[in-house]
Design a binder for this molecule. Structure first.
Ligand code: GUN
Length: 291
């Protein structure tokens, strides 16, 4: 039997918990928590993502605002735009949608974001805190994956975990979160020798490579938990993950679908991070967050 984790339902329940805490935040501070999202250029996928992020904030009772800058905005102009935003107290969370146009150095931009408002968890200070096992704002997709594993009752302590993909956004922070939960972690990637055999060792397999249906039955030990972070479009325009879902039903122990799996959890965790940032900036005790 394969347990399919419904990310949409789980995301909705997390969003409801965030909304309840937002009400308490408003009662205490007299203002709403706020997220500001900056988009440079007109990448069609990014347009959809930023709109969804802002809308989800509003639905949870927070302020969500998208700032659209022209594709030819230069780096200095973007940096001064971010500085002006961060001079405003109501900006609790700030993120710059990636990818940025090629003429802008993304590393410099991420460094310019106040770590206390870095709800993506991409600033090197927050990445370093995660590495050191300290409390931090954690990247939303890996955080969502961890929440799904917990919800499914997957035991991480002592488990063998393989993270497939070494990006700064997903693979590396995912590996750190799993280490923090006492899993034995392998960070595998395109140069890993004997990749199928490495993945077959996993009790927990997280696929974040961006290759449609690459993870077949041959990659998965029977009964393993498989999380699919991939969002790929087929030639026919269908949305598929990195995992061959149909081939793993009846073989994996736990499995996440695409769409309706990790994606909705990522947005819910962004709301959680925004609330968390607002809570800390207001000097409230994180223990009273209740999320
Ligand atoms: N582009 C793809 N995923 C993300 C994300 O999680 N945050 C940002 N800022 N850009 C992205």
């Amino acid at each position: 039997m394969t347990q399919i984790v419904d990310g949409k339902a789980l995301g909705l329940s997390l969003r409801a918990a965030v909304a309840a805490a937002v009400t308490r935040f408003v009662a205490h501070t007299g203002r709403r928590p706020g997220l500001d999202v900056v988009l440079v250029g007109e990448d069609p996928a990014s347009q959809v993502y930023v709109r969804n992020k802002a809308r989800a904030c509003e639905e949870a009772g927070m302020r969500g605002e998208v700032h659209r800058l022209d594709a030819d905005t230069d780096e200095a102009a973007l940096l001064s735009f971010l500085a002006a935003l961060q001079a405003r107290d109501e900006v609790d969370g700030l993120l710059v949608q990636l990818p940025l146009p090629r003429h802008i150095d993304a590393e410099k931009v991420l460094l310019a974001i106040d770590p206390a408002r870095d709800v993506d968890g991409f600033h090197p200070l927050n990445a370093g805190r995660l590495f050191a096992g300290q409390r931090s704002l954690v990247p939303c997709t890996p955080l969502g994956c961890l929440r799904m594993l917990d919800h499914a009752g997957v035991r991480l302590d002592g488990a063998r975990a393989v993270v497939l993909g070494r990006s700064n956004i997903v693979g590396k922070p995912m590996a750190m979160l799993l280490v923090g939960r006492n899993a034995t972690v392998t960070l595998a990637h395109s140069r890993t020798r004997d990749l199928e055999a490495v993945c077959r060792e996993a009790d927990v397999l997280v696929a974040a490579v961006g290759k449609a249906k690459m993870v077949t039955r041959a990659f998965v030990k029977e009964g393993a938990a498989v999380l699919d972070v991939g969002i790929n479009r087929t030639a026919e325009g269908k949305l598929v993950g990195d995992v061959d879902f149909d081939a793993l039903v009846g073989h994996a122990g736990v499995l996440t679908p695409v769409p309706g799996g990790v994606g909705p959890m990522t947005i819910a965790c962004l709301l959680e991070n925004t609330l968390r940032a607002a809570w800390a900036r207001a000097g409230l005790d994180p223990a009273t967050l209740g999320v």
